[in-house]
Design a protein around this ligand. Sequence first.
Ligand code: SF4
Ligand code: SF4
Length: 357
Amino acid sequence: MLYFVLTTGQCNLSCLYCGGSFPEKLVPWRVKYDLRELKKFIDEDSNPFIAFYGGEPLLNSRFMKEVVKEVPADRFMVQTNGLLVEKLPEQFWRKMDTILLSLDGSREITDHYRGRGVYDAVIRAAEKLRSFGFSGDLIARMTVSELSNIERDVRHILSLGLFDHVHWQLDVIWSDRWKDFHRWADKSYKPALQKLIDFWIEEMRKGRVHGIVPFQGVMRAVLLGGMKIPPCGAGVDAFAISTDGRILACPIAFESDWAFLGRLGEVGPDDLPNRAQIGGRCSSCPYLNLCGGRCLFVNKERYWSDEDVEKVCEITRYMLNLIISRKDEILKLVRQGVIDEKVLLYPIYNNTTEIVP
Ligand code: SF4
Ligand code: SF4
């Protein structure tokens, strides 16, 4: 199973999307439990993955080092804004299987949402990680909001040649920053998605499979018979261990009763699965098999109106249909040996990318 291990609730940025640190009372900025409790818990799992998460996890790099040294996980990952990669030694980075760096697209758009200089810092971090000998999966993790153009921004990141994969999450449901989400969805996102998938397939015809995670992850589900529910695995095979030792079904659901599953020292890995599940509107949706319900948190919480939530579903279904409609073309390229199915089918393990944006 995958465990998001929060190292701090503190962040060193204050991006427009989330405003920075979690409240210290809800997600302490220091780890409050004994590392031996984490070790004992992880020892009980036959195939544990750890993903360091925050806040900005590297603000507590000492704890990260201790975990990698003491806790026998099968895979290690980290989601970071990349500003502090030098706080950890090269050999630490070489032990990571996946590193996700937050980057929204060009300098202009990244710095607009995340702060001046962030784009350059992330590019430097990506270059440094490679120079440190990190040979795992380097993923650009985008947040997509009103100024984003998904085709332009994904292609910009691909053009850098630094990242193996690009993933995006829509800044929806908990965001109150949209001026006109419906217009953006119709006039920007949908046409740009169409162009992006055209580009993706055109490139495949030349034998290049660009690592566009939502397209690859959905295509994998199309070919292998369905999506995990939810795609991120929250509450099923992915859990968060907060800095106070609480175990949650989703790393951002630190205030929600439905997400609280127990505490380190009180429950074991086998006690956790399937106690928080997708339900409600998704249960009767014909797209559930490929959408996976998109996000457990959104499924449980109600921040946006039904009309706005339906618009998110509409653009989700739009993307799923785009991919389904290209299945035969892609399969033909696989059969002809133009592209390698092994490269196409991604991810092969839960690497914290939520697949469905
Ligand atoms: S499209 Fe909407 S309602 Fe349907 S499964 Fe996905 S999130 Fe649920
Ligand atoms: S996709 Fe939703 S449920 Fe899954 S980890 Fe992210 S916020 Fe939580």
